[in-house]
Design a protein around this ligand. Structure first.
Ligand code: ATP
Length: 352
C-alpha cells in the first residue's frame, strides 16, 4: 500500500522559504497534481518526496514508513523528469535496465522486467534504438518505462509533458493517466498547466510562494475557490471588486449585484465566463443584468469570449458557444450581460 503523507514539510534556503509547512495526505492509488506558477515550490516539494532534496523540517511517510532520512534509491519512488534525462549512449532497453541495476535487481530478472516495462508504454519494438532515434513523445515514454520498471509504489512526475507539442501532450496525458489507473499506482505530478491539471488529477493542490493555497477536487477548486489567486489560476474568471452593503454587493464601478452568498465588508467577486449570458436586449427575469459596450472579441474556435465593459471599473467576460448561425456583436456595440444570483463565487475577503 502506498499512501504518501507529508507532515509539516519545509525547505528553507538561507532565509528564503522555497516550501513552507506543506501538509498532504495522498491516498493509495490517487493521482495528485501540484499546480502553481513558476517558483511556487512544486518541484521542491516533489523532490523532497523523491529524496533528492532534504527537507529543513517535517516528516515524509510512504506506505506508513518514515522515509525522511532515506536516500532516493531506498524509497519506492520512480521519478520522471521534464527533459526525460535518458542516457544518449545507451539503448532504450539499457536505459530502462539502468534503474534496475542501480537497485541491485538480480541479473536474471532484469531482461523480463525491461521487456514488461517497455510493453506497458507500447515501445517493445524499439528496445534496441538509441534516444536520438526517437521522437520526444517516445523518449518520454521510455523515461516512464524506466520509472515503472522497478515497480515503485509511487510515481513522481515533474512536468513530464512540457517538452511535447500540444497534440502529443494530449495523447501522452491520456496514456499516463490510463497506465496509472491500470497499475493502481499512487502518482504525484507537478505542472503549471491548469488544463493538464484539470483533466488528469483526482485531486489538485494549488501552490503559491512556497505554500499550499487550497487542496480539492477540480470541482471544489473551480466552484469554490477560497482566494482570488485560486480563482484566477483554476479556470478563467472576471473579477469585480467591491463591498457588501444592505445585502447586495456594490462593485467599485457602482453596480448593485444580487448574490445568494452574502458576506460582510470588502470582497472580490469572480464570475466564470460560461455563466454569463449576453444579449442585445435586457434579459428578462435575470437577477443581474447590466448594459455595456463590447471591448474585445476573442475567437477560440469552439467558443468565443466577449469582453464587455460595464463602466470605468468593471469588465465582464461572456463566453458564447460557437453554434451554427451565431451572430457575434462587434467591438463598440452595446449589449447586455446577465448572470444569476448563484453564478458568482467570492474569494479573498480582505478586512475593510
Ligand atoms: P518551476 O515551475 O519554475 O520549476 P517550481 O514551482 O517547481 O517552479 P521550485 O523549483 O520548487 O519552483 O523552486 C521554488 C523556489 O525555490 C524558487 O524561487 C527557486 O528559485 C528557489 N530555489 C530552488 N532551489 C534553490 C536552491 N538550491 N537555493 C536557493 N533557492 C532555491
Amino acid at each position: 500500500m502506498a499512501r504518501v503523507e507529508l507532515e509539516s514539510i519545509s525547505k528553507i534556503y538561507g532565509d528564503f522559504r522555497a516550501a513552507e509547512d506543506i501538509n498532504l495526505d495522498i491516498a493509495d492509488g490517487e493521482f495528485l497534481i501540484l499546480l502553481g506558477p513558476s517558483g511556487c515550490g512544486k518541484t521542491t516539494t516533489l523532490r523532497m518526496v523523491a529524496g533528492f532534496i532534504e527537507p529543513t523540517a517535517g516528516t515524509i511517510r510512504i506506505g506508513g514508513k518514515d522515509v525522511t532520512d532515506l536516500p532516493p534509491w531506498e524509497r519506492s519512488t520512480g521519478l520522471v523528469f521534464q527533459n526525460y534525462a535518458l542516457f544518449p549512449h545507451l539503448t532504450v532497453a539499457q536505459n530502462v535496465a539502468f534503474g534496475l541495476e542501480m537497485r541491485k535487481v538480480p541479473k536474471a530478472q532484469i531482461r523480463p522486467r525491461v521487456e514488461e516495462a517497455l510493453q506497458l508504454v507500447r515501445l517493445g519494438h524499439l528496445a534496441e534504438r538509441y534516444p536520438r532515434q526517437m521522437s520526444g513523445g517516445q523518449q518520454q515514454r521510455v523515461a516512464l518505462a524506466r520509472a515503472l520498471a522497478f515497480e515503485p509504489d509511487v510515481l513522481l512526475l515533474d512536468e513530464p509533458l512540457s517538452n511535447l507539442d500540444a497534440k502529443l501532450r494530449q495523447e501522452v496525458r491520456v496514456e499516463i493517466r490510463n497506465l496509472q489507473q491500470r497499475l493502481g499506482i499512487t502518482a504525484i505530478m507537478v505542472t503549471h498547466d491548469q488544463e493538464e491539471a484539470l483533466t488528469m488529477a483526482d485531486r489538485l493542490v494549488v501552490m503559491s510562494e512556497g505554500r499550499i493555497c487550497q487542496v480539492g477536487s477540480q470541482r471544489d477548486l473551480y466552484d469554490h475557490p477560497k482566494t482570488e489567486f485560486v480563482a484566477s489560476f483554476v479556470g478563467r474568471s472576471s473579477f469585480l471588486r467591491g463591498r457588501f452593503s444592505g445585502g447586495k454587493f456594490i462593485s467599485t464601478g457602482g453596480l448593485e449585484i444580487v448574490s445568494d452568498r452574502k458576506l460582510v465588508g470588502s470582497a472580490v467577486m469572480a464570475v466564470r465566463p460560461e455563466r454569463v449570458r449576453i444579449a442585445n436586449e435586457p434579459v428578462a427575469g435575470a437577477a443581474n443584468c447590466f448594459p455595456g459596450v463590447v471591448e474585445f472579441v476573442s475567437y477560440m474556435g469552439g467558443s468565443i469570449d466577449i469582453h464587455v465593459r460595464l463602466n470605468n471599473e468593471d469588465v465582464v467576460i461572456a463566453q458564447v458557444t460557437n453554434n451554427e448561425g451565431l451572430e457575434l456583436p462587434g467591438v463598440g456595440d452595446t449589449v447586455h450581460v446577465a448572470w444569476s444570483s448563484g453564478a458568482a463565487v467570492f474569494a479573498d475577503m480582505p478586512k475593510s
